[in-house]
Design a protein around this ligand. Structure first.
Ligand SMILES: [Zn+2]
Length: 420
């Protein structure tokens, strides 16, 4: 994840280091901070900041506006008093991160500007074809979009429905995705070399687990922003998530941590699709909802689960199933809070929907499993504000984490070298 590239020792290195820091601060603030606010935040001298802003603007990395562009997501920045200064924002010909949210049955492709503003470009359902066919469709769309944005593309982030280890999908839901190297099939060079197009270097292709990236997005641009240690849970067909410390995901020795759905948090000994037994996701999440209403686990399980939640108002059977599964969700959350001691817990996907539909049941389960000393002030449960855009936003953050470093910025061409 985000790394500083060692200590700067020469004045050129110091300058590159400060340019990257300033650009990271513009990115982190969503283009809402004035130059004066950024200068203070980074403890820069005013003159230094002016020179750095001028250089970034000259390289078409930022454009200074008189007032902030629309705030993306829910970033709200308190205004400070004093003489107004310009607001460093995304340059209209500035860097773009392409992001893909790959699912079993569809994919979404979006472009993110430096300040986090997102444009959804493509959304495609999977036809009857294979998982390999879906990846070929994604690769084809990416090729078109890379051509459209030309030399502005600084990388591609891909959120995938599988634990990821060394860039490979190690336990995907579709059998023909097993051990697929995501970067290699989406047009990256050999050995993770990134994309080389007619427009020059188009950055690396970086893959991550969808639930992990949804949590990363909440920590950067959503409900977990500024939370010191946060647990995020994303519930879909399965349950995944991530522990974030200081905004950085704790992803384990191989990058595949956070498979919370495959822990026996609610008991039982039934075998799970993952190879383990008594997994939490059998009782909580979409699988839990379908099992609790006696429905077969087939077809669009998320859609069927959402129908159960929606019908709970009028159908007593669905209401009972929702209450049972919401309580199982809460029980698991309590167990995880006992283990991880987060300051707050973010909820996305079905977890947010269930919490909003049956908050009392979730809270009952949560308090039942929390250790006594935690109960007077249990960590807050915070439904996601990014919703469907969570995984995509997290994928774009992977790209900007790599780009907003002295080395990443070094690959950004000067305006006169650009072909686009
Ligand atoms: Zn399992």
């Amino acid at each position: 994840m985000r790394k500083d590239e060692g200590a700067a020792t020469t004045s050129a290195e110091l300058r590159a280091h400060n340019l990257a820091r300033l650009l990271r601060a513009v990115h982190g603030g969503g283009g809402q901070l004035t130059r004066a606010e950024l200068t203070r935040q980074l403890s820069l001298a005013r003159g230094t900041a002016t020179v750095l802003v001028r250089e970034l603007a000259g390289r078409q990395l930022i454009e200074e506006l008189a007032s902030p562009a629309d705030a993306p997501a829910d970033i709200k920045v308190p205004r400070t008093r004093g003489r107004p200064t310009g607001v460093p924002s995304a340059h209209p010909r500035g860097p773009v991160a392409l992001a893909v949210d790959l699912r079993d049955d569809s994919f979404t492709l979006a472009a993110f500007e430096l300040t986090g503003r997102c444009t959804v470009l493509d959304r495609q359902e999977r036809e009857a074809g294979s998982g390999t066919g879906v990846l070929a469709d994604v690769a084809a769309r990416l090729k078109i979009r890379r051509r459209q944005f030309g030399g502005r593309v600084v990388g591609t982030g891909v959120a995938v429905p599988s634990p990821v280890s060394a860039g490979q999908m190690v336990q995907p839901t579709l059998p023909d995705w097993q051990d697929v190297d995501v970067a290699a099939v989406l047009g990256g060079g050999p050995g993770g070399a990134g994309v080389e197009g007619d427009e020059g270097f188009l950055g690396p292709i970086l893959a991550g687990n969808d639930a992990t990236l949804a949590g990363l997005a909440e920590a950067r641009r959503g409900v977990l922003r500024g939370v010191s240690v946060a647990l995020h849970l994303h519930v879909a067909t399965g349950i995944g998530g991530v522990l974030l410390s200081g905004g950085l995901p704790v992803t384990g020795a191989h990058g595949s941590a956070g498979e919370f759905g495959h822990m026996p948090l609610t008991g039982g000994s039934e075998p799970c699709r993952c190879g383990s037994v008594g997994c939490w996701e059998l009782d909580a999440g979409a699988r839990g909802l379908l099992r609790a209403t006696g429905q077969a686990e087939e077809g669009d399980r998320m859609l069927h689960a959402e129908q159960v939640i929606a019908a709970a108002d009028t159908d007593p059977g669905c209401a009972q199933a929702l209450a049972r599964v919401a309580e199982a969700l809460g029980r698991g959350i309590g167990a995880l809070v006992n283990a991880q001691d987060p300051e707050a817990v973010g909820l996305s996907g079905l977890a947010a929907e269930m919490y909003q539909a049956a908050p009392a049941a979730v809270r009952a389960g949560y308090l039942a499993t929390l250790m006594r000393f935690r109960r007077p002030e249990p960590p807050a449960l915070l439904p996601s504000t990014l919703g469907e855009l969570g995984a995509l936003t997290g994928a774009s953050e992977l790209v900007f984490d790599a780009f907003l470093t002295p080395r990443g910025l070094g690959a950004w061409p000067a305006p006169e070298q650009k072909t686009a």
